[in-house]
Design a protein around this ligand. Structure first.
Ligand code: FAD
Length: 335
């Protein structure tokens, strides 16, 4: 079965910021590296949730937008030309008698690898979709589940459905750009950061709560209005709009990875100080990895990747010594 499969030294599952930096480091340790990402793009939560936010807590980078940060990570990850596969969700793992692994994706593709580094975040990122009739028809043109470019809403009547932190944040960011912003939330109180909620309440954002969207109206794939309903009195209000942004949260789909037999803790994978899971040869880094004192910060994940790679290399060649190669000393960079 493995005869026709090219074997990799390590396969990184998840192309978020930590998976990408891990891929760079793995290349620098001269490991034949593959990255497999479920989404059609790389970068994980950064481009998914906050491409236009400014990141200020990564050492050596005083400030950088999520978009530029992702661009830099991708460029760095590609330094050693790893194999990058998009739109595949890894679901199954088989450990072979020789200690190598077969990883199977939901579409049936199989990948052969000596070690695995799980950088899956909390799992494949899947926005909770609207279940209203025709929602799919409007998707991408006028119904959106994330904001890629705030400027694309310039002069538009935008409705945000949802009341969590991101929904309120988007309302505040769109308010000076859009022609009008309406936020519809089905609960009476907002759970998010108080100062953001106060800012929204004191702005021109039209806040309708406790309301919910009950019908989408439009032609072809262009929305023209939505019907909303007060959740208690059932009073209806039609709101003319050009675009709707749905922020009903996202499902965390770690899928069957959680059933591979690794020791888990509160939905995350337990690792030791080598970032090794309880299955020899499988490592975990970034948000999905947990240990005593763990903080889900990008800066922290950037240390976990090299630790996992160095120990994955030792797993393949146990007689090697553990050496943290510096990029400043790495021969191909110096010459
Ligand atoms: C709104 C917001 C703002 C934030 N701001 C900051 C900040 O300012 N500073 C900071 O340090 N941190 C911040 N964070 C946290 C930071 O984004 C995360 O810690 C970081 O993204 C974790 O990176 P990761 O690579 O571990 O996981 P992720 O970014 O979640 O990437 C994991 C990737 O793996 C893919 N994947 C999952 N399962 C599979 C599978 N089975 N097969 C294939 N692919 C799979 C997913 O699709 C995803 O692309 C913020 C988070 C949010 C939500």
């Amino acid at each position: 079965m493995t005869q026709n499969l090219e074997i990799y030294d390590t396969t990184i599952v998840g192309g978020g910021p930590i998976g990408l930096f891990t891929a760079f480091y793995s290349g620098m340790r001269e490991m034949k590296t593959k990255v497999i990402e479920y989404l059609p793009f790389l970068g994980g939560k950064v481009p998914y949730f906050y491409p236009e936010k400014i990141i200020r807590d990564v050492g050596g980078i005083p400030e950088i937008s999520g978009e530029k940060f992702t661009e830099n990570l991708i460029k760095q990850a590609k330094t050693f030309d790893p194999t990058i596969i998009l739109e595949q969700q890894i679901t199954e793992m088989e450990k072979l008698e020789d200690g190598t692994f077969l990883l199977k994706s939901a579409n049936g593709d199989i990948h052969h690898t000596k070690t695995v580094i799980l950088a899956t975040g909390f799992g494949a990122l899947k926005s909770i979709k609207l279940t209203l009739p025709d929602a799919e028809k409007y998707e991408n043109n006028s119904v959106h589940y994330t904001i890629h470019k705030l400027a694309s809403y310039k002069g538009k009547k935008v409705l945000i459905s949802g009341g969590g932190n991101s929904a309120v944040d988007w309302a505040n960011e769109l308010e000076p750009i859009a022609d009008r912003v309406t936020l519809v939330y089905r609960k009476t109180t907002f759970p998010g950061i108080e100062s953001n909620v106060t800012k929204m309440m004191n702005s021109t954002v039209q806040v309708l709560n406790p309301y919910e969207v009950i019908e989408l109206k439009g032609h072809d794939d262009q929305l023209t209005s939505v019907m909303t309903k007060h959740v208690e009195s059932n009073t209806k209000k039609e709101i003319p709009i050009d675009a709707m942004i749905v922020n009903h949260g996202f499902q965390i789909d770690l899928g069957s990875i959680a059933d591979w037999g690794m020791q888990m803790q509160n939905g995350a994978i337990q690792v030791d100080n080598k970032m090794a899971t309880s299955i020899p040869g499988i490592f975990a880094v970034g948000d999905i990895a947990t240990y005593d004192g763990k903080l889900n910060l990008i800066a922290g994940g950037f240390n976990e990747g090299p630790i996992a790679v160095n120990h994955a290399k030792l797993h393949i060649s146990p007689t090697d010594s553990l050496k943290p190669i510096y990029s400043t000393n790495y021969e191909p960079f110096v010459n």
